[in-house]
Design a protein around this ligand. Structure first.
Ligand SMILES: [Zn+2]
Length: 229
């Protein structure tokens, strides 16, 4: 079971898990930006091999508000300082809404950023597109949302290793409830930060309950993430 406090209404599937983040501030962020839906049938990543999700949590709407990005960055910087996490580079996907948060954290802890290629479908590319990771560098891998845990738990650390560095910690604004999230929690312990944990189940297409119930085919996750507020 997931720890942390419950938040009212449909947000009872969003739990505050960072002990240093103010609950009231989180309520404001969620209330004003509505990053979560528990309805719908989404394809993620949005390509032929994508998984299906019966709801979604997206960082896009939060990333539009500098004060909210700043509040989250403050909390991540506090976790870095309190945990004495020593690292050389903040390593994140070059996903447009993730960049302002990555930059805000980097500025607060005075570390450089490096960005890995990100495709519009939601998948990673195969090259570094900005910044650098030097041989032996310690990386903090970073993302806005990790529903499946694969980005900060597996893929980003693989890319860091390919570039000659090592991953020493991971941080996201929102983590999901999938097995790889739990494995990353176990492996990294207090070196895996999340502000909130969101209960958004993601299924292989063959196991999707909506498809089994005869629902219309899933739509791209971007129709929710990039909706006009
Ligand atoms: Zn489905």
């Amino acid at each position: 079971m997931i720890g942390g406090e419950r938040i009212g209404r449909s947000e009872d599937r969003i739990r505050l898990v960072s002990p240093t983040f103010a609950r009231q501030r989180l309520d404001t962020i969620l209330g004003e930006t509505r990053p979560f839906t528990e309805d719908g049938h989404f394809l993620y990543p949005a390509d032929a091999n994508g998984s299906h999700a019966s709801g979604f949590f997206a960082f896009e709407q939060i990333a539009r508000v500098p004060a909210f990005v700043g509040a989250i960055a403050d909390d991540i910087a506090a976790w870095i300082r309190l945990g004495r996490i020593e690292f050389d580079v903040l390593f994140a996907p070059a996903q447009p809404p993730v960049r302002p948060l990555t930059e805000a954290v980097a500025e607060r802890v005075d570390r450089p950023t490096a960005y890995w290629e990100y495709l519009p479908s939601g998948r990673f590319g195969d090259r570094l597109v900005e910044g650098s990771v030097s041989k032996g560098a310690k990386a903090l891998v970073f993302n806005g949302v990790s529903l499946q845990g694969r980005c900060v738990g597996l893929r980003l650390p693989e890319f860091v290793e390919r570039l000659g560095g090592t991953t020493v910690a991971a941080a996201v604004f929102a983590k999901g409830v999938a097995a790889t999230v739990r494995e990353t929690e176990v492996r990294m312990g207090s070196r895996f930060y999340a502000t909130v944990q969101v209960d958004v189940p993601v299924y292989p297409p063959s196991e999707c309950p909506a498809c089994r119930a005869g629902a219309a085919p899933p739509v791209s996750w971007r129709t929710f993430a990039e909706r006009v507020p």
